[in-house]
Design a protein around this ligand. Structure first.
Ligand code: GLY
Length: 380
């Protein structure tokens, strides 16, 4: 099965046969040079499949990001201006020109880095995303946002720019770790919570998902599930590409998640190895906390809040960082959130499942209490 979507200036092809669209694009566009950006794992597990299916890529120049094995860990720390600099120098050494094409083959970090580089080198060259992790397939690679981190703060330098094509091949999820795969489900759950009660119920109750040790067989056909998430994202992004209003619905759970990721990078990753907390795991915390804040602000039903917390507890591994310390520091991290307005914390919340509301001013005590709620529920 293959599904096709259009978002802004991008064709998105979803399904294990989506490579026929890549072949077609390459034949019609005829770039002067093709660069494929990979990490250690996508070079090993994904690149051979692509080269065997798309023979015109055999002569492409493959650039491997050293120290980057996104499929097995979190390498958010590599999304830096230093790395942008290194990649640009490599591309210049290989004589990239304005009619070249960059293909980003990897998870969110590769797509973000590669998209950022593509949009600035030679004032911009065309690029294609081939997201290989569930997280990137349902979110990071879709929607025209590229960015890198600055110090410990996520996505502070970036722009809106469209890839010409996105190839989403669910098959690649077989190559990611079970942990990475499970964590990606927080983004899937987010779509249910912000957009669609039916979809939420389907993911949590009806679907043949087992909320115990393993969510869903990585080998099963994920085309429909991924397509549904992409369809929701497209609808929201199309209504507000530049993220000034409706698109912020997608940030539900993310204010606290990003604060937590920054906290871990600064206070836990003391050896500087870059082993940050997985974004999906941080988002599982953010979803519970921000549903709690929704309950405080908008009377989101308490029973459903508790039910959501229970589901999240069943799916995700426990967060074994010092949450008491995080509670003391969270406000400091929230101060650099891009959504803040006149010093006020602006969260995206939900009035009910499927009823998101953006730009909600939230008080410091509501934020702190939400972390207490999480600690009491999850650390029983
Ligand atoms: N990941 C949030 C957005 O694309 O707006």
């Amino acid at each position: 099965m293959n599904n096709k979507f259009i978002l802004h200036n991008t064709i998105i092809s979803v399904g294990d046969n989506s490579f026929s669209d890549l072949k077609e694009f390459l034949a019609s566009s005829n770039p002067t040079k093709i660069f494929i950006l990979v990490d250690q794992n996508t070079k090993k597990y994904c690149l051979p499949r692509i080269l065997s299916l798309v023979s015109s890529l055999k002569s492409a120049c493959v650039l491997e990001l050293k120290g980057c094995a996104e499929h097995s860990g979190n390498i958010e720390v590599l999304k830096s201006m230093n790395m942008v600099n290194d990649i640009c120098i490599k591309l210049l050494n290989y004589n990239i020109d304005r009619d070249s094409l960059i293909i980003n083959l990897g998870g969110g970090v590769i797509c973000d880095l590669g998209g950022f580089v593509a949009s600035i080198i030679k004032r911009g060259v065309k690029f294609i995303n081939i997201p290989t992790t569930l997280m990137a397939q349902v979110d990071a690679a879709i929607g025209g946002k590229v960015a890198v981190n600055l110090k410990n703060h996520k996505n502070q330098v970036g722009l809106f720019v469209d890839p010409v094509l996105i190839i989403v091949c669910p098959f690649f999820n077989r190559s990611i770790s079970n942990f990475n795969f499970v964590c990606a489900f927080s983004e899937v759950l987010k779509y249910g919570l912000i957009y669609d009660l039916k979809f939420w119920k389907q993911i949590v109750y009806d679907h043949d998902l087992v909320f115990k040790n393993q969510i869903i067989d990585q080998a099963s056909d994920l085309t429909e599930l991924i397509s549904k998430c992409i369809q929701i994202k497209i609808e929201i992004v199309n209504s507000d590409y530049y993220d000034i209003g409706h698109r912020r619905k997608l940030n539900f759970g993310h204010s606290i998640a990003h604060a937590f990721e920054s906290y871990v990078l600064e206070h836990v990753d003391l050896d500087g190895s870059g082993n940050a907390v997985h974004h999906g795991l941080a988002l599982s915390l953010g979803l519970v906390c921000e549903t709690y804040i929704s309950y405080r602000k908008f009377n989101f039903p308490k029973m459903i809040l508790n039910d959501i917390a229970l589901k999240i507890e069943q799916i995700f591994p426990p967060i074994d960082y010092d949450l008491i310390k995080f509670k003391k520091l969270v406000i400091g991290y929230l101060k650099s959130d891009k959504k803040n307005l006149n010093g006020q914390y602006q969260f995206s919340l939900i009035k009910e499942i499927g009823q998101p509301i953006v730009n909600c001013s939230v008080s410091e005590s509501e934020i702190i209490d939400s972390i207490d709620y999480y600690i009491n529920k999850m650390w029983k």
